[in-house]
Design a binder for this molecule. Structure first.
Ligand SMILES: *[C@@H]1O[C@H](CO)[C@@H](O)[C@H](O)[C@H]1NC(C)=O
Ligand SMILES: *[C@@H]1O[C@H](CO)[C@@H](O)[C@H](O)[C@H]1NC(C)=O
Ligand SMILES: *[C@@H]1O[C@H](CO)[C@@H](O)[C@H](O)[C@H]1NC(C)=O
Length: 181
């Protein structure tokens, strides 16, 4: 009996081991079940009342200087057509572009809050550095490209507008990346 059982149990062990390896491989990739890596999130505590207040004050100050009220960079339907679990990845791209291209020429303006608000967004961007999605992200890149095109069209005034919309960036980032139970 023992001799008969042995091959059976070892093949069961083999299947279990293979399953276990597969599971580990999937887990190491961040779980292949979802298309989004587990790094696409930010802790709720980042979005403190203090930084919320100062981001909104900075945005309000800048939007007074923005006299082109017809155009918005972050539109109301910004997420339309994008699955909810990819919103944080999209915001990561927006954040990266804003920090790398849009804000730096403006860094001497609105000095009262600029530095700490940029530091906050930079921290979030760093935290999201491992946030990836697997497979095709063309529809997301298209959204980001639309934003880049608008910034190009606006030219110099894009910077002021981007600062005036930092409250929207803030809220969208929070909505997209803070997990709600
Ligand atoms: C927001 O920040 C400003 C400037 O630091 C401060 O005067 C004001 O009391 C704050 N408001 C709230 C609601 O925390
Ligand atoms: C916006 O206001 C600035 C002065 O603050 C002015 O130089 C600029 O021409 C105005 N732009 C538009 C589109 O009215
Ligand atoms: C933006 O993305 C590039 C490429 O992934 C990265 O090297 C850079 O550090 C990012 N910049 C910010 C401000 O997060």
């Amino acid at each position: 009996m023992a001799a008969l059982q042995k091959p059976v149990s070892s093949s069961v062990m083999g299947i279990l081991a293979a399953g276990c390896l597969l599971f580990i491989a999937l887990w190491a990739q961040g779980g292949a079940a979802g298309p989004v890596s587990s790094h696409c999130k930010l802790d709720k505590s980042y979005f403190s009342g203090y930084i919320t207040n100062h981001t909104f004050l900075l945005a309000a100050e800048a939007s007074l200087a923005d006299n082109n009220t017809d155009v918005r960079l972050i539109k109301n339907n910004f997420f339309s057509g994008i699955h909810k679990n990819k919103h944080c990845y999209l915001m990561k791209q927006v954040l990266n572009f804003t920090l790398e291209e849009v804000l730096p020429p403006q860094s001497d303006r609105f000095q009262r809050y600029m530095k700490e608000v940029v530091a906050f967004f930079s921290k979030c961007s760093k935290e999201l550095s491992l946030c990836h999605i697997r497979g095709d992200d063309q529809h997301i890149q298209r959204k980001v490209q639309e934003l880049k095109d608008t910034v190009t069209e606006l030219g110099e005034s894009a910077g002021i507008k981007a600062i005036g919309e930092l409250n929207l960036l803030f809220m969208n980032l929070k909505d997209a990346c803070v997990l709600t139970e």
